[in-house]
Design a binder for this molecule. Sequence first.
Ligand SMILES: NCc1[nH]cc(CCC(=O)O)c1CC(=O)O
Length: 302
Amino acid sequence: MQTLRLGTRGSPLALTQAGLVRDALVAAHPGLSVEIVVIRTTGDRVQDRPLAEIGGKALWTKELDRALLAGEIDCAVHSMKDVETVRPAEIAIVAMLPRADVRDRLVGAVSIEALPPGARIGTSSPRRAAQVRSLRPDLSPVLFRGNVDTRLARLAAGEAEATLLAAAGLERLGRDDVGVAIPTTVMLPAPAQGAVGIECRAADEDATRLLAAIDDPQTHACVRAERALLAALVADCHSPVAALARIEGGVLTIDATLYAEDGSESVSAQQAGAPEDVGVSQALAAKLLELAPPAIRQLFAG
Ligand SMILES: NCc1[nH]cc(CCC(=O)O)c1CC(=O)O
């Protein structure tokens, strides 16, 4: 019997997502054995500082990349939202599970408008901080890191009046009773939010074939377009950028908003085209940068 070693981070959400991938693989390939291998990452170790300070990039992927390239695992599961835009050439993103709810959930109030004046919002996301301040300049973002349970505990301990969490993570942890979903028209999500991706070594034909069977092409095309936008903006998961693609009638439409860090300014645009055409995202990036005031433009495109 063939065994596939599936690398993952060790957080409760990562382990749940790895379980979903294993179940999908076993359903697609009866007789395949999938071994889940937990790899500890820098992002999991250091929880008390903003991500950008710890060295910024590759916090969640570096150790998994190393294990993959060293042959200790055959594939790696990631929340696509946390995967850097530029990946090593030897590693290929082969498959994505069907996307979960892409929205953010507000925990602590029924809506952003309902929050008391000056309320503290626990988040470590520059996007969420800018978005709440663009909606309510009186609100004050405070640094909140750690996994979902840690953040909810810090909220319960009174360290903030509210926090924002991805609906996808809450749902996968069976916590969809927590908070209220904010419509994407009010708060556009992070690029790739709600998508779980699986990578393998680009040269590994066996793993590529096994993983291809569980790929959701619609999710993959939308997330590819959102990531191509980040690449064209020279942005990453620490940039105040929101983007969401959808496919309807064979046409991919992508919406995006760039923010000034304090949320005082923002610029939004939309672009549509063929799902496989990265030119759609590149055209959108060009449009956004052209419309952006200097305070926003300086944050992007290098
Ligand atoms: N950066 C942390 C992170 N990465 C992926 C998710 C949730 C799951 C997802 O968006 O796919 C979260 C937590 C959150 O934003 O609430």
